[in-house]
Design a protein around this ligand. Structure first.
Ligand code: HEM
Ligand SMILES: [Cu+2]
Length: 548
């Protein structure tokens, strides 16, 4: 088969072009569109929760529906939005082209991963149609998850299974692609930092997901087949579920943050016009975080009845993860230091958005990792504030930054920069208004997952502030959709390399041709050598050439 782009006079149908496609770029775009579609539902559920909490007792949602809404919100955001968009959309679109390959190692399996993701998502979305949504939280802890009635939870388990298979297939595909498909000269030590992040993430998914599959399968057996894994009366142990669940789900929070950090690492040097500071440290810290991520799961269980002394090793490992994380943050800040910074929309979203907000989320996490403090703060709104700073301030900010940054490449059009900047400020203010007060109400004793707090009227004001912020964030999200959609028609035509970036995807046309490269690229250096003098550049190149 020839890989050269051949002009075909025949117009290809939508069906052939998209439904049957095995092109990693199209699959990436399909992941992005599908993920953003699910974000609408996850977001509407969040606004429903917040509207309820703007009043001190039951007003718009009955307690049962409240449980269903926060369960759908959490499940959709994590399993149908953040993870698939970071790995499926950005990973698929970028990894092959960034390493100079024509496609993924297994293009058909790649398409299968996407279709399984869509199927899993649809299976979950059947539950609202049946009027019986899962109501167990995204963690589905027994014993309640075994006792709860109706098909909602069974659909939840089925969806998690299907999505898990999709993740595992995708992870295998990324690992094989990154190991085998790199262009000549693309040594491991010259790979773009997003590719390093994707590699670390894939290992987490490959080793973590089976634990989750085991947890939810046994849950299903207990519900329907009379097994007693989690039945205390018959000698079972609900703590076993928590171990299995968090053995996957703590590492999964890194699936939601390492690729986001990869996006940040791509954007910062480009808009600071400086070589990335500490390339190797950023690259290897992704692996370190991935590995350490498997050693901390029980920090979610300090308050679940374990001995305080059993918690201490998990406290220590949790604190140690702050080291590779801080290394990244210091390196990004050092990259910006004395750079000639251009605050484009993507740069605002990563610098002020990601770095600033994620750092706050990281610090409140360190506080939670301390056993004696967690015993007090566990399951309060402090925790909700903490993980939204990480997920919203971290993953979500990086996703939006990435959407804007690679939009010209994927669509051949520029987005509206002015609107993008306005969108950022709305997000930034809205995010802080929504999630910062959560730490305070949590500290004051507001429990998470409660639909009313009429026993403590003093919590009302801060809760209303949070709701106000959440509507700002919702509005900002509409602006993102609007910008991306309208620019498809109205945006200026994008050149091949609008940002003057050095990673390989910018060396080809916008959008790139079917198999990415008309000629196989040859790589001679890391892709972040902005603004170095000719002499320095030569010296760096010679140094790197040794690794070939
Ligand atoms: C405007 C945006 C958002 C608002 C207002 C919001 C609000 C909320 C609220 C009020 C809860 C209930 C907390 C509880 O009682 O447990 C919640 C839970 C949660 N949220 Fe968000 N959220 C937003 C965005 C996100 C995003 C982007 C993610 C990304 C992953 C996310 C992930 C979660 C998770 C995992 C839960 C826990 C659900 C559970 O306990 O089952 N949220 N959110
Ligand atoms: Cu954790």
């Amino acid at each position: 088969m020839s890989t050269a782009a051949v002009e075909t006079p025949r117009r290809r149908s939508f069906y052939r072009d998209w439904i049957l496609t095995v092109d990693h770029k199209k699959i990436g775009i399909m992941y992005a569109v599908t993920g953003l579609f699910f974000l609408i539902f996850g977001g509407l559920a969040a606004l429903a929760i917040r509207t309820q909490l703007a009043m001190p007792n039951d007003a718009i949602l009955k307690p049962d529906s409240f449980n269903q809404f926060f369960t759908m919100h959490g499940t959709i955001m994590i399993f149908l939005f953040v993870i698939p968009v970071l790995t499926g959309a950005f990973g698929n679109y970028l990894v092959p082209i960034m390493i100079g390959a024509a496609d993924m190692a297994f293009p058909r399996m790649n398409a299968l991963s996407y279709w399984l993701y869509l199927l899993g998502g649809l299976v979950l979305m059947v539950s609202p149609l049946l009027g019986n949504m899962p109501d167990v939280g995204w963690t589905a802890y027994p014993p309640y998850s075994i006792e709860t009635k109706g098909a909602g939870l069974d659909l939840w388990v089925s969806a998690v299974h299907i999505l898990g298979i999709s993740s595992i297939l995708a992870a295998i595909n990324f690992i094989v692609t990154i190991f085998n498909m790199r262009a000549p000269g693309m040594t491991f030590n010259r790979m773009p930092l997003f590719v390093w992040a994707s590699l670390a993430t894939s290992f987490i998914q490959l080793f973590g997901t089976p634990a989750l599959a085991g947890a939810v399968t046994t849950l299903l057996f207990d519900r329907h087949m009379g097994t007693i894994f989690y039945n205390v009366a018959a000698g079972g142990d609900p703590m076993l579920y928590q171990h299995l669940f968090w053995f996957y789900s703590h590492p999964a929070v890194y699936v939601m943050i390492i690729p986001a950090m990869g996006i940040v690492s791509e954007i910062i040097p480009v808009f600071s016009r400086k070589p990335v500071f500490g390339y190797h440290a950023i690259a290897y810290s992704s692996l370190a975080i991935g590995l350490l991520g498997f050693l901390v799961w029980a920090h979610h269980m300090f308050a679940a009845g374990m001995q305080v002394s059993e918690g201490v090793p998990f406290m220590v490992t949790s604190l140690i993860i702050a080291v590779p994380t801080a290394i990244k943050i210091f390196n990004w800040v050092s990259t910006m230091w004395r750079g000639s910074i251009e605050f484009t929309t993507p740069m605002l979203f990563v610098s002020l958005g990601f770095i600033f907000l994620f750092t706050i989320g990281g610090m409140t996490g360190l506080i939670l990792a301390l056993v004696p403090i967690d015993l007090h703060l566990h399951d309060t709104y402090w925790v909700v504030g903490h993980f939204h700073y990480v997920l919203f301030g971290g993953s979500m900010m990086a996703i939006i930054a990435g959407l804007f940054y690679w939009y010209p490449k994927a669509t051949g059009r520029m987005y509206n920069e002015k609107l993008g900047k306005w969108t950022f400020w709305l997000y930034f203010i809205g995010t802080n208004l929504t999630f910062f007060p959560m730490h305070i109400v949590g500290y004051l004793g507001m429990q998470r997952r409660v639909y009313a707090y009429n026993h403590t009227p003093s919590l009302l004001g801060l809760n209303q502030l949070e709701t106000l912020g959440s509507f700002m964030v919702g509005f900002a999200t509409i602006l993102v959709f609007y910008n991306l959609a309208v620019s498809l028609w109205k945006g200026a035509k994008a050149p091949a390399n609008p940002w003057g970036a050095q990673t390989l995807e910018w060396t080809v046309s916008s959008p790139p041709p079917e198999h990415n490269f008309l000629e196989l690229p040859v790589v001679t250096s890391i892709p972040y050598e902005f603004g170095v003098s000719k002499k320095e550049w030569k010296a760096m190149n010679d140094e790197n050439a040794v690794n070939v």
